[in-house]
Each structure stands twice: as structure tokens, then as C-alpha cells.
Write a protein that binds this ligand. Structure first.
Ligand code: ZN
Ligand code: FE
Length: 253
């Protein structure tokens, strides 16, 4: 059975996720921007918390960990490579390692770029990507290179298209406006931008999305396409160079 996923809005525009194995009742929280909304989401459902999975070291993803551990006794899992700048870990993992939520087996994926050491947690049907692949966007390159982020996005793009992309922020409306500057004639993008606007006007989250929608509309996953390179004026550029140009334009947008 797939994980049951609850999207928990935190701070101004962050998302944490609670994932529960319906078979065993085991529960994990992915990232902890702040503890209170997560504790409220657990309480509303009568759930405990077994595990906390951390994607990367930024404060808006880890600041609530200590309080959530104190309240629930959950074990903390994060990247061994980043252990020196993460909250204390009970379980240090490396890319390729297995992670488990009850009977559901997942795996740790290296998605460096936004930070070096950023990991995603990939389960059947859902990938927790935080600030790597985002809805219609990707994270800014604070530590890694464009080539590194492009590689990371390729690993995520290879997942089954029905995979839910559970990313870390509600940035989708602004991302849609930018994406339309790259591909104004992409009908799937035009349609999605309209749906994003309607969802936000109604106060609904646009996260998670599906990988299939990202592959069809997210310019950062489409940098390898000849029509995108042509639109950028970079017909002969490598895929990573085209990606770098899109990322640079977004930084200035
Ligand atoms: Zn971040
Ligand atoms: Fe973030």
C-alpha cells in the first residue's frame, strides 16, 4: 500500500509532510520548519511520530526538529555528509541507502545543487524533494553548481511519471510566471499556470505535483529539449549549459 501523505503548511511558505504507512501505522515527518503545525496535524489524526527525515541543513527545514523530537521521541535521519550542520542525527545515511516507513521501503537520493549534501527521500509513488525539484521550479544554487543540479534533476526525472513530487515551498505561482517567459507557447504550461492561479486564489496548496506534470511544464526539467535551447538562443549548448542559463534568468526574474 502506498504512503498516506499529509501536506503541512509551515512558516510563511514552507511545507512539511507527514507520511504514514497505512499497514503498520508507522509515521514519518519530512523536514521540520516549525513543530507546532506538525504536532497539530498529528493530533488531529490521532497519530504518533516515529521518524523525522531531514533533506538539507537550511533553518527553514530544520528549526523545529528539537521541539518535535522532545514532543514525540521520533528518531532523526539525515545525510551523514551534512551531520556537522544538521540537528543531532540518530541515523546518518548516504545516497543509495534504504529508508523505511513501516513496511514501505524507500531510498536516499543525492540531489545536491541548492546545497551540497541535499538529499531526497524516494518512496513508491512519492518523492520528498524539498528545495531540489520544486513545482514548476527548482531551488537556487547556493552551494552547488548548475551541472550538479542538472544531474540531480535527471535522477528525479527518471522516477515513474506518476510519482508525487513533495517539494518544500509554495513558490508555484511565481514559478509559473517565469516558466511562461521561457515557453509561452506550451499549452500544458498555459493550462497549468491557470490552474495554479485558481488554486492559490482559493487558498489551496499547489504541492505536491506529479512528475508527469513537471516533465511537461517545468522549464528546469526541459533544458535538454531543442526547442527550449533554440528559445534561449543556445542551439549548440550542452544540456547543463541550457539549464544554467534558465537558472540565471530565474535569479534575475
Ligand atoms: Zn533550502
Ligand atoms: Fe527552503
Amino acid at each position: 500500500m502506498p504512503l498516506e501523505i499529509v501536506t503541512v503548511p509551515c512558516l510563511r511558505d514552507n511545507y512539511a509532510f507527514v507520511a504514514r504507512d497505512p499497514e503498520t501505522g508507522a509515521t514519518a515527518c519530512i523536514d521540520v520548519p516549525e513543530a507546532a503545525p506538525i504536532l497539530a496535524a498529528l493530533k488531529a489524526r490521532g497519530w504518533g511520530l516515529d521518524d523525522i527525515l531531514i533533506t538539507h541543513h537550511h533553518p527553514d527545514h530544520v528549526d523545529g526538529v528539537a521541539e518535535l523530537v522532545a514532543a514525540t521521541g521520533a528518531r532523526v535521519t539525515g545525510a551523514a555528509a551534512d551531520a556537522h550542520r544538521l540537528p543531532p542525527l540518530d541515523h546518518a545515511v548516504a545516497p543509495g541507502d534504504a529508508v523505511q516507513v513501516g513496511s514501505v521501503a524507500g531510498k536516499v537520493l543525492d540531489v545536491s545543487g541548492h546545497t551540497v549534501g541535499h538529499v531526497a527521500f524516494v518512496f513508491p509513488g512519492a518523492a520528498f524533494t524539498a528545495d531540489s525539484l520544486m513545482a514548476l521550479g527548482c531551488g537556487r544554487l547556493f552551494e552547488g553548481s548548475a551541472a550538479q543540479m542538472w544531474d540531480s534533476l535527471q535522477r528525479l526525472a527518471a522516477l515513474p511519471p506518476e510519482t508525487l513530487i513533495c517539494s518544500g515551498h509554495e513558490y508555484t505561482a511565481a514559478n509559473a510566471r517565469f516558466a511562461l517567459t521561457i515557453e509561452p507557447g506550451n499549452p500544458r504550461l498555459v493550462e497549468r499556470a491557470e490552474a495554479v492561479r485558481a488554486a492559490r486564489d482559493a487558498g489551496r496548496p499547489t504541492v505536491p505535483s506529479t512528475l508527469a506534470d513537471e516533465l511537461a511544464t517545468n522549464p528546469f526539467l526541459r533544458a535538454h529539449l531543442p526547442e527550449i535551447k533554440a528559445a534561449l538562443g543556445l542551439d549548440t549548448a550542452s544540456d547543463a549549459e541550457a539549464f544554467a542559463e534558465i537558472r540565471a534568468r530565474k535569479d534575475r526574474f
